[in-house]
Design a protein around this ligand. Structure first.
Ligand code: GLC
Length: 755
């Protein structure tokens, strides 16, 4: 090697060493130069729309736009705002552009309660990687996802954003989504930062009422609500969002136990926290903060760094510093974490989005839609089938009735980000394509979905629908009924209108919306025993006993995304086979909520139900205790049948334990079965443990007659729990174990676990 090369390499090494070491040094150097106003500017996050005029440009040039909720979604505008921050502001700190990309950007995937029901976390990783690519091309740096909250009460409209009621499955799906969004290198041009939300305990809002108090014990918080976030932090998420609820009487936005003791001191999280929308300001309404300076001090002292939309720091922090309730060092620490997130995103090195990327990514939509179709087919749960499905190859006369059959907007859900409706196919159009040649399809809307007072159209305009729609319903129902007479089978496409679910959409009756129950009852009466197949589209588990009872078959489709219509049609005809499982238990009625399967067994497990339900002793309460679920967590049918052997313990030569069982395809068609491992610690001195807890699963594709042995390792991680101090623990002693088809099925085997 000649001297010149040597010198060049040495210089490169030194530069590299300097570059590698300077992220922290660069942060400190910036903080040392920043004025208080510039520091507080990094901690504010207003919305940014196309029609904001030059306000964003001015704020960026003044170093007052740390980050924004990027509603504009226009790469050119993003680069213009960014150029003002990087090239005109005093210190050139880039802006972070954030948006809710929950289940897709232009191409929409199924909402997550369905997607998690695939029991295939890597599928969520693929879906979110595709969403990240589209969002990044739009100029988005951070998505406010994955939502990690635990779904307990389906009166709460936001169950639609969760991965269901089980912490173990949710944690796997959260980590997979973080990997999907961020990849190995979140600074790559087709990756975006994940923001874990809503931290923490939001899913336990009392009465399912949004933005409400959450009364949970520390024991429940540790074992039902925190594991999903811990998994997301371990997966490397670059942001966390505090939630609207309180924990232990303290609003999460200013809860030091959550934001510092657990998130940072226990888990070592070193990036930024953003409050949910005005959540810091709302601590005044909660009656917890006295005024803006008090709210600013409480939030920053607790460890909340970015004030989304509240302008509390810019209006209250300086007074708090003067009053001595807030130290400048605390402000510096918040700025440090925000800058760390920006460096990790590569914004200092690559602040601008490639404006040609959008066209390239749009051209990839057909490939992305293939992923969306696979996701939809694997997220739609068959909960009933008397044999009417699959339709098969012979020509058929089908009547498709119901508003969800014709309007694919209903498959997209409430967090539609920047979806493009052109990618969506209605069930009617899909059936026209997928039904066997020679079939006849007649379609009727039947009635509206009974939209709420207003509906946000795809172009963002809010139109008043409710009264106008309801006026037409009686005539729509009448017009639909003659179709029943000519059909061999009736497909009802019914459910909960997309505008009825999501944020600020708690419901105290969880039935079909609008006049759909009247429509269903009228069709049943007209059908006079003709078979009805119901496809239920909904953002939450519904209590619809007549639909369960009077349908020959039922698909629970959740909100299956742009390819939902095609997926349902392929499942109905048998071109695809159902394999999805329920991630939330479906209640018998709204009055029995909550019905999550993983509840403590209680002191009188043979009682505890409601007088309205017969209490014929233990048998009536099935293996999962005293709740009344029509269909339990983990349940889902396929087009074949499976049998499970009695689980057997395996004591391995190395002293370790395992449990195994044989699963057989006892039907006539190939099918995918998800064998699930449930555990129960019989006696735990730390606290009562749930009657069952999912701790493993395996998806098995089996031919008719084929068998497979499933083996699950048993160790501290599989059997253990988290104690109140946050320690992962596992006690020796008695455990019951199941390898079963769902949370209420299977026979148990007892293990005396010794290390
Ligand atoms: C909303 C939601 C949160 C979302 C944020 C930004 O209030 O609670 O999930 O990410 O505002 O849109």
């Amino acid at each position: 090697m000649n001297i010149r090369t040597g010198l060049t390499l040495a210089a490169a090494f030194a530069a590299g060493l300097a570059a590698a070491a300077t992220v922290d040094e660069r942060i400190e150097a910036l903080i040392a130069k920043m004025t208080l106003a510039e520091k507080l500017g990094q901690l504010r996050q207003p919305s940014l729309h196309d029609d904001d005029g030059d306000r964003p440009l001015r704020e960026a040039a003044a170093g007052q736009l740390g980050s924004c909720i990027w509603h504009a979604v226009n790469p050119k505008l993003r680069n213009a705002v960014q150029r003002n921050a990087v090239e005109k502001s005093r210190l050139g700190i880039p802006v972070m552009f954030c948006m809710d990309v929950i289940h897709g950007e232009f191409v929409t995937f199924p909402t997550t309660p369905g997607l998690a029901g695939s029991f295939e976390p890597e599928l969520l990783e693929r879906a979110q990687a595709a969403a990240a690519k589209e969002a990044a091309a739009h100029g988005i740096d951070v998505t406010f996802a994955p939502m990690c909250d635990n779904a307990i009460d389906s009166r709460w409209g936001r169950v639609i954003e969760t991965c269901g009621e089980d912490p173990y499955l949710s944690a796997l799906c959260v980590a997979a989504q973080v990997r999907g969004f961020q990849g190995e290198d979140p600074s790559a041009p087709d990756r975006i930062a994940a923001c874990l939300k809503h931290y923490c305990g939001y899913g336990a809002s009392v009465g399912g009422r949004d933005y409400n108090d959450a009364e949970i014990s520390l024991w429940q918080l540790r074992n039902q609500h925190l594991p999903q976030f811990e998994a997301g932090v371990k997966a490397g998420a670059l942001m966390v969002m505090s939630s609207f609820n309180t924990f232990d009487g303290v609003p999460a936005a200013v809860n030091r136990f959550l934001l510092t003791d657990v998130l940072r001191d226990e888990w070592g999280y070193k990036y930024s926290v953003v409050s949910d929308y005005r959540g810091i300001f709302e601590t005044i309404a909660w009656g917890y903060s006295r005024d803006l300076p008090d709210a600013a001090a409480k939030a920053l002292n607790a460890g909340n760094d970015i004030d989304m939309h509240g302008e509390v720091f810019t209006r209250g922090a300086e007074a708090a510093i003067q009053a001595g309730t807030l130290k400048l060092a605390t402000v510096n620490e918040a700025v440090r974490r925000v800058l760390r997130t920006k460096f990790a995103l590569g914004l200092f090195e690559r602040p601008y989005v490639d404006e040609t990327a959008l066209a390239r990514v749009r051209a990839e939509a057909p490939a992305t839609k293939k992923v969306a179709l696979e996701c939809a087919e694997k997220s739609i749960v068959m909960v009933k089938n008397d044999g009417v499905l699959p339709f098969g190859e012979r020509p058929l006369k089908v009547a498709l009735i119901g508003p969800f059959g014709i309007d694919p907007r209903e498959y997209i859900g409430i967090w539609y980000s920047n979806f493009e409706l052109a990618h969506a196919t209605s069930l009617a159009d899909a059936l026209r394509r997928e039904l066997p040649a020679g079939s006849e399809l007649k379609v009727a809307e039947g009635c509206s979905t009974g939209c709420r007072e207003w509906t946000i159209e795809n172009d963002g305009t809010a139109t008043r629908h409710a009264a106008a729609l309801a006026a037409k319903d009686p005539s729509l129902i009448a017009a639909a009924l003659p179709l029943v007479d000519e059909a061999e089978v009736v497909v009802m496409a019914i459910g909960e209108g997309w505008g009825w679910t999501g944020e600020n959409s708690s419901r105290c009756t969880i039935g079909l919306t609008g006049a759909q129950q009247q429509l269903f009852d009228a069709v049943v009466q007209r059908a006079q025993g003709k078979r009805i197949v119901s496809v239920v589209f909904s953002g939450r588990p519904l209590a619809i006993p007549e639909v369960w009872a009077k349908s020959a078959a039922v698909f629970y489709a959740w909100q299956p995304g742009c390819e939902g219509g095609t997926a349902v049609a392929r499942l109905l005809t048998g071109k695809a086979s159902p394999s999805a499982r329920l991630t939330m238990s479906v209640p018998e009625s709204v009055g029995v909520l909550p019905v999550n399967y993983n509840h403590p067994i209680c002191g009188r497990p043979t009682n505890g139900s409601y007088r309205e339900y017969p209490r014929a002793g233990a048998a009536a309460n099935r293996a999962w205790g005293t709740v009344n679920a029509k269909y339990p967590f983990g349940f889902g049918l396929t087009y074949t049948t499976f049998a499970y052997s009695q689980p057997e313990l395996v004591h391995k030569a190395n002293g370790g334990w395992a449990v195994k069982a044989t699963v057989a395809n006892t039907g006539k068609r190939t099918g995918v079965e998800t064998a699930q491992l449930y555990v129960r610690q019989v006696a735990c001195a730390e606290g009562v443990r749930p009657i069952r807890e999912l701790r493993g699963f395996k998806r098995l594709a089996l031919q008719p007659g084929e068998k497979a042995e499933v083996v699950f390792e048993l160790n501290d991680e599989v059997l253990g729990y988290v104690d109140r101090q946050g320690r992962h623990r596992c006690d020796e002693g008695a455990y019951k174990l199941w390898i079963a088809a769902d949370s209420s099925a299977g026979s148990e085997v007892e293990l005396d676990y010794r290390r």
